[in-house]
Design a protein around this ligand. Structure first.
Ligand SMILES: Nc1ncnc2c1ncn2[C@@H]1O[C@H](COP(=O)(O)OP(=O)(O)OP(=O)(O)O)[C@@H](O)[C@H]1O
Ligand SMILES: [Mg+2]
Length: 342
């Protein structure tokens, strides 16, 4: 059984094929960094147009590579279904993926499977061949989300805590931009932090004194912004600020994860989303999990940011459970939550 996955929720255009026996047999992603870099952030209209261009290229590549017969109503038998990201994300970007996925599904006479992008991030660790390790605490840290989730079993997720304002990925990008690192800046900021001197700056760990599982990063953002504006601007100063900023954010996330472990009696921690490729965060969460005799679960770095491999994989799980529509259905949900039914 083979499932084609299509991901276009934000600014990465990605296509993958997951095979029940062989695993991931095709995966290709094209980013739009050059399109958005001049604007220091994602421009939704440009993202949608760029998806349209790039997705058609990627689909052509798949059709050629797997000799898929595109004649109307003739299913060559190569693919069993097409999974696409239904949400959350930018409406224009989602619509491009949904429309092309549904056109293919109609043409090939195979079903469409709607996939929640967040469940994709959450289950992406399974692409490492690590199977069922439920229950676990999930720290979802990405460009648009900062959440703590209790994952009891496949499809049963409860949100324990959320950000009240900015997401972690968002403030990494914002501070990176102020430090002159360009967009997207999370990884570049983390690389710069490696050259910083410890103890030169110390930034607050927001909301860690409160006994709830919510986050708030807007105050830290303003605080660090003011420090940057009043600093000398030398390379070393920038590295020192990057280091103190990264430490403040990671410590905040780790403190809240520990509180969540104590509140829920969970032991295993899974971290996912783009920011989960941050090395300091991985190191500190691994240490925390060990001290609770739990397992630390994280996907390979290439599957942390947006990719269609995770969409094809969740599509495969949903196909096996019969969670799909026989009719072609263009359906997008920009504000979908992890625990919403689709
Ligand atoms: N090493 C790193 N350290 C910190 N942040 C990072 C690192 N690598 C990537 N990021 C951040 O990850 C974010 C992108 O993650 P992702 O692609 O999962 O987000 P998204 O898809 O936009 O959001 P969502 O999945 O919530 O809809 C960016 O903000 C980027 O700066
Ligand atoms: Mg994402």
């Amino acid at each position: 059984m083979k499932i084609l996955g299509i991901e276009t929720s934000c600014d990465d255009t990605s296509v993958a094929i997951y095979d029940e026996k062989l695993g991931l047999v095709f995966h290709s992603t094209l980013n739009q960094n050059k399109v958005h870099a001049p604007f220091h952030g994602i421009v939704p209209e440009l993202a949608a147009r760029s998806h349209l261009e790039k997705l058609i290229l990627l689909v052509k590549k798949v059709v050629l590579k797997f000799s898929i017969d595109m004649k109307l109503g003739v299913h060559s038998g190569v693919l069993n279904a097409i999974a696409y990201t239904t949400g959350p994300g930018l409406v224009g970007s989602l619509l491009v993926g949904a429309t092309i996925a549904c056109s293919l599904s109609f043409s090939l006479g195979i079903p469409c499977i709607l996939v929640n992008h967040l469940e994709g991030h959450l289950l992406s660790f399974m692409l490492n061949n690590t199977k069922d390790t439920f229950p676990f605490l999930v720290l979802l840290v990405s460009g648009a989300h900062t959440q703590l989730i209790d994952a009891q079993r496949l499809g049963k997720y409860s949100i324990l805590g959320d950000t009240l304002d900015d997401s972690v990925g968002n403030i990494f990008d914002y501070i990176a931009r102020l430090l002159g690192l360009g967009y997207p800046g999370g990884k570049k900021l983390s690389n710069l932090a490696k050259h910083g001197w410890s103890g030169k700056y110390f930034f607050p760990r927001p909301m860690t004194k409160y006994p709830n599982l919510n986050f708030s990063f807007s105050g830290l953002k303003t605080h660090v912004k003011n420090v940057i504006l009043s600093s000398s601007g030398s390379c070393q100063e920038k590295a020192n600020i990057a280091k103190a900023f990264e430490e403040a954010v990671v410590d905040t996330l780790v403190i809240k994860c520990e509180l969540a472990l104590r509140k829920t009696n969970l032991r295993n921690i899974l971290v996912c989303g783009g920011v989960s490729s941050n090395s300091l965060l991985r190191k500190k969460l691994k240490f925390l999990t060990r001290s609770y005799n739990g397992r630390f679960i994280v996907s390979k770095k290439k599957f942390c940011t947006d990719n269609a491999a995770m969409i094809a994989y969740v599509g495969f799980l949903r196909y096996k459970l019969g969670l799909y529509f026989e009719d072609t259905l263009i359906s997008v949900h920009p504000n979908l939550l992890i625990n919403d039914m689709i």
